[in-house]
Design a protein around this ligand. Structure first.
Ligand SMILES: C[S@@+](CC[C@H](N)C(=O)[O-])C[C@H]1O[C@@H](n2cnc3c(N)ncnc32)[C@H](O)[C@@H]1O
Length: 167
């Protein structure tokens, strides 16, 4: 069975904390990020070398997911969500019935994330099916200080992945 994954805003950490990018025959992984410099990180060359055309990097945003990408079994947003009303209109359009939607949040922000997102998720029929706590070491993306300068010595931080099922 073809398993198609869309990661929104992967930065330089493709599918960190949800198993990395591992693709079997027929699988596809599409990375969508508006910032072209994110795709300059060496990890993307490594993935292309390993998986070839099964991996695609596309410039674009969660508010306007390109029309021609088709339907996905999994949509992943790790530290890259925007606003529930706007994001979920687009995600609903590209996520298969029975598909899964994974969010990554710093654990200290989990409760406020759920408070903000749960009403819209419930309204659209998404059910929380799994919650996994891990530890995240920020790099160039999350590991920014308040001046948006990279943190020289990023500290591991508790991190939670929330998985919702649609339908
Ligand atoms: C905080 S970083 C998280 C990166 C990575 N997912 C991680 O967890 O380390 C946010 C990412 O979202 C991307 N981003 C910013 N605005 C976006 C948008 N409107 N749509 C999709 N991605 C966006 C950024 O370019 C960046 O790669």
């Amino acid at each position: 069975m073809v398993h198609r994954v869309l990661e929104i805003g992967p930065g330089d950490q493709p599918r960190h904390d949800v198993g990395g990018v591992e693709l079997s025959d027929g699988d596809e992984y599409i990375a969508l990020d508006p910032n072209p410099s994110e795709f300059d990180f060496p990890i993307w060359r490594t993935l292309k070398e390993k998986f070839g055309s099964k991996v695609r990097m596309i410039l674009g945003s969660r508010e306007a997911i390109p029309e021609n990408l088709g339907v996905f079994d999994e949509v992943v947003m790790l530290g890259s969500h925007g606003y529930p009303d706007k994001d979920l209109v687009e995600i609903d359009r590209v996520l298969a019935t029975d598909g899964v939607l994974k969010f990554g949040v710093m654990s200290f922000g989990k409760d406020s994330f759920l408070e903000e997102w749960s009403p819209e998720l419930e309204k659209r029929g998404y059910v929380l099916v799994n919650e996994v706590e891990s530890v995240y070491v920020g790099t160039s993306s999350i590991g920014l200080n308040w001046d948006l300068k990279p943190v020289e010595d990023p500290k591991p931080e508790p991190y939670t992945v929330l998985t919702f099922k649609k339908g």
